[in-house]
Ligand binder design. Structure first.
Ligand code: PLP
Length: 286
């Protein structure tokens, strides 16, 4: 099926959508993005994604091209036009396309480039991977120092996924100064008894929208939450491990660097949090 995508004010068939070769996103990874999930044709946590987008843009001094209400309309229009029941909406905003390549930012009046497209993923909520759990390996975190900004500089995370695949695993957790920062495209957690442990917010990790929701639900369910760094060794010895992201929700991790975590199967805390997250997100979807 030919998707309808959105580019700079127009809805177009995907093969007709075009961006300039001078676009700063293309030449310099000078852009930010968001991924919002769709369940039952509705958007999960749109408000959180819109807020983080505004922050990413502001930190990079990229002009915010439209109000949240207008962005919401585009999201909804794409869901409707592409008949998305379960899946994701990808949104990217770059500093725009001046008429040449230059390290210096283009003039103020340069219009940011705005691109959105849908990804249909039937079965997103009822994922077979969530029933089995995933395997991760550890790799050094060599990304830049502002990982709290959701930029399109995804080469290293992409290489990390390939390293995981080459090692027979599903994903990689990145390690800096002996402690896990986060997964290539997700936040990382361990569980010890009734306590959920995940790294504290800082410039070192992305402030996951799913992370915020899951920690809120965990506290509401009387689980203890500790926001602190942990090592791979501590994770290997934990009762459970899991990751969160907009596209995987809560996903159990059953093996880390070849060592089985807990019973080597999804644990009760991760399973329960996944259930609560999906249920509550469906209720609040817009
Ligand atoms: N950390 C990184 C590096 C990510 O790329 C992502 C999502 O893409 C996340 C964490 C999870 O963020 P969210 O829950 O907002 O999807």
């Amino acid at each position: 099926m030919t998707r309808t995508v959105y580019v700079n004010g127009e809805y177009l068939p995907e093969h007709e959508a075009k961006v300039s070769i001078f676009d700063r996103g293309f030449l310099m990874a000078d852009g930010v993005y968001e991924v919002t999930s769709v369940l039952g044709g509705k958007l999960i946590d749109f408000e959180g994604h819109a807020k983080r987008l505004a922050r990413s843009l502001s930190e990079l001094e990229i002009r915010k091209p439209m109000e949240d209400e207008a962005l919401l309309e585009i999201h909804r229009e794409l869901v409707a036009r592409n008949d998305i029941d379960e899946g994701m909406i990808y949104l990217q905003i770059t500093r725009g396309a001046p008429n040449d390549r230059d390290f210096v930012f283009p003039p103020e009046e340069t219009e940011p480039t705005v691109v959105l497209f849908t990804q249909s993923k039937p079965g997103l909520a009822d994922s077979p991977a969530a029933k089995e759990g995933i395997k991760v390996i550890s790799i050094p975190d060599i990304r830049w120092g502002r990982r709290d900004i959701k930029t399109v500089q995804l080469l290293y995370p992409s290489m990390g996924k390939m390293m995981a695949r080459a090692a027979g695993a599903d994903d990689a957790w990145m390690v800096e100064e002996g402690a896990v920062t986060e997964g290539t495209s997700n936040n990382a957690y361990i569980v010890k008894g009734n306590t959920i442990i995940t790294r504290q917010l800082s410039h070192e990790i992305l402030h996951g929208i799913t992370r915020a929701a899951v920690l809120r639900f965990a506290r509401e369910a009387q689980m203890k939450v500790e926001e602190r760094a942990f090592t791979i060794e501590e994770a290997q010895q934990a009762d459970e491990a899991f990751i969160t992201s907009a596209s995987t929700f809560v996903m159990p991790v059953v093996e880390i660097d070849g060592a089985q975590v807990g019973q080597g199967a999804p644990g009760p805390v991760a399973n329960r949090l996944r259930e609560i997250y999906i249920e509550e997100s469906r209720k609040a979807a817009i």
